[in-house]
Design a protein around this ligand. Structure first.
Ligand code: NAG
Ligand code: NAG
Ligand code: NAG
Ligand code: NAG
Ligand code: NAG
Ligand code: NAG
Ligand code: NAG
Ligand code: NAG
Length: 506
């Protein structure tokens, strides 16, 4: 359900889903929640995945903008920040609409220029549309490697300063006139982390950013993010969640049994008997749940893997299964184990052993490579330094849960210790400095002409996470709710622009 209120330019939906993250389309490597084990699994899968839709360089030219490595201390170093531009709908006097590409390569966002929210808003306002790549992601990389020291310029403050510098100083090749702010109204759009960035840009640089749209913006950073899975528990199909709850409860009981045979047996049912460290085993079971945020109304963008997972779990029954391992378990757990066997356990084949495939503290060397191909280091560095979002079960043990109680905050944040050896110039702090995010408003962030949208996870098949971001070439084919939110965005952005007055020249 899309409930929506429009008053004085501030649009607000419930804050519930601000804790969800973004996963772009088919790329599983993108921004899974912080989890020491999933990060590497996803990176491996991404390597084997087919190439994504390539940027259409002829339709949308790619340009560079020169940024200083450090906005606050003069290092003498600069780097090239990439952006893509669409002047398809541009008419002089129109706004600039910028899409924050966030924590991934900017070229993956080109479809948003073509048929997504950028195209929609630019069409409605005669705007110039831009996808702006985030420092360190894609090819906007200012450093030679991703060691802890080299990552020290990857933070919210530097990223915000990049965008401000861009808005204040860019000249667009082939587009006449000065389109910098405040002479031209800039509308800043982002989803998930990018949504938080959009909100922050409006708050930090109100003279440069005329209006901002934060779609499912994760504006509140937190260490112990137990709500992430709890939102899924409350929103995903109930029968499926019953099966997951039942399994997790049963597995938690068996894996903490005083009897070594029982602990070994339950791992063995899942085909994971050689995963030495029990939290690693327990954490693998929640891996399929990460697919929830890949749901999308547009089959070209979304993934069906969550639905396949639920189908495999079957419907709740009271049957039990006596396993070849000699323990009797619920049919739910049996079905779950069959699914994990097929999709995860079997991915690990000799000569690799299960600790090498799935272990964390038992295989710490896997986190040591720091060359530029180790792009998983980027978002996790941001998580470990400023954002947190360590996904844990609910603190109250009587609350139903869909992930194991073995996933403590210490476990979920292991990657911060394993992957980022202290550098000479920088060390990852013992805990992320979430205050760096939350001091900008957190849940209460608000500003004139700042729209907070898609904040509520929506039931059914229509919306999970920044669902307004993409669109179809033929908008009449979009689900009615998506058409409706696009229409509302058009309306409020147009209303904002009516208030725009170019400041008089000094
Ligand atoms: C942008 O900068 C990169 C890195 O310096 C360079 O390789 C690339 O050719 C530049 N692209 C354009 C379009 O200028
Ligand atoms: C632009 O908007 C008009 C309605 O104002 C619509 O008829 C047209 O199809 C849109 N074009 C694109 C490319 O979205
Ligand atoms: C990383 O790059 C810096 C310079 O950019 C260099 O001094 C350092 O030796 C490199 N470290 C590794 C491990 O490659
Ligand atoms: C724009 O460029 C000027 C000149 O380099 C610089 O002083 C200014 O700080 C830049 N604007 C922003 C917002 O960074
Ligand atoms: C999973 O696979 C392992 C190894 O092949 C097997 O021992 C176990 O019984 C299987 N579990 C289920 C539920 O099929
Ligand atoms: C588990 O380890 C044992 C002993 O090293 C080995 O024989 C067996 O093949 C391993 N099983 C799996 C599924 O890795
Ligand atoms: C166990 O669940 C599966 C999948 O839903 C179902 O096909 C099977 O009949 C169930 N077993 C029993 C004994 O009910
Ligand atoms: C399972 O057992 C409970 C309690 O005995 C009962 O209420 C429920 O209807 C049963 N469910 C099914 C699917 O048989």
């Amino acid at each position: 359900m899309l409930t929506f209120s429009l008053n004085s330019g501030l649009v607000r939906l419930g804050a519930l889903a601000v804790l969800l993250f973004q996963l772009a389309g088919t790329s599983e490597a993108r921004h899974l929640p912080a989890n020491p084990q999933w990060t590497k699994l996803a990176a491996k899968r991404a390597q084997n995945a087919p190439a994504k839709r390539a940027a259409d360089a002829t339709t949308f030219p790619l340009y560079n903008f020169t940024q200083p490595l450090d906005h606050f201390v003069d290092t003498g170093f600069t780097f090239q920040q990439r952006y893509w531009l669409s002047d398809r709908h541009y008419k002089p006097g129109g706004p600039v609409i910028v899409f924050e590409a966030g924590e991934g390569p900017g070229d993956e966002r080109i479809p948003i220029l073509d048929t997504g929210i950028l195209n929609i808003l630019a069409n409605a306002t005669n705007g110039l549309a831009i996808v702006l790549e985030h420092r360190y992601y894609g090819a906007s990389v200012p450093v030679q490697n991703f060691t802890t020291d080299s990552l020290r310029w990857l933070n919210n403050e530097q990223a915000a300063a990049d965008s401000a510098n861009f808005i204040d100083n860019v000249t667009f090749p082939g587009i006449p006139g000065d389109l910098t702010a405040p002479g031209t109204p800039w509308i800043y759009y982002g989803g998930s982390y990018g949504g938080a960035r959009a909100a922050h840009m409006r708050v930090l640089y109100p003279d440069l950013v005329f209006g901002a749209i934060a779609s499912s913006g994760v504006v509140h950073a937190t260490l112990d993010d137990w709500r992430y899975f709890d939102i899924i528990r409350q929103s995903a199909p109930a029968a499926c969640m019953t099966q997951v709850e039942r399994t997790i409860d049963e597995v938690d009981r068996l894996i903490t049994s005083p009897k070594a045979e029982t602990r070994h047996a339950i791992k063995s049912v899942f085909g994971l008997q050689n995963v030495t460290y029990d939290p690693d085993f327990a954490s693998l079971l929640s891996n399929p749940l990460g697919a929830w945020q890949e749901n999308n109304w547009d089959p070209a963008v979304g993934s069906t893997s969550f639905a396949r997972f639920c189908a495999a779990l079957g419907t709740p029954d009271n049957a039990t299964v006596h396993t070849v391992q000699g323990i009797t378990i619920s049919n739910a757990t049996f079905n779950y184990a069959t699914y994990i066997n097929r999709t995860i356990s079997r991915e690990c084949q000799p000569p690799q052993n299960q600790d090498e495939c799935f272990g964390t503290i038992t295989a710490p060397d896997q986190y040591k490579a720091t060359d530029l191909s180790q792009t998983w280091r980027l978002w996790d560095f941001q998580v470990c330094t400023q954002w947190g979002f360590f996904m844990t079960p609910p603190p109250d043990p009587s609350t139903p849960r869909i992930i194991s109680k073995l996933i403590t905050q210490d476990y979920a944040s292991l990657i911060c210790k394993l992957a980022y050896d202290p550098g000479e110039h920088f060390q990852v702090p013992p805990e992320p400095d979430v205050e760096a995010v939350n001091k900008l408003g957190g849940y209460n962030i608000a500003y004139d002409r700042l729209a907070i949208i898609d904040g509520q996870e929506m039931l059914g098949t229509v919306a999970v996470h920044h669902y307004d971001e993409n669109g179809l070439a033929d908008p009449s084919q979009e689900p009615p709710q998506i058409q409706a939110i696009h229409q509302q965005e058009i309306e409020f952005v147009k209303a904002w622009l009516k208030d725009f007055k170019a400041p008089s020249k000094p």
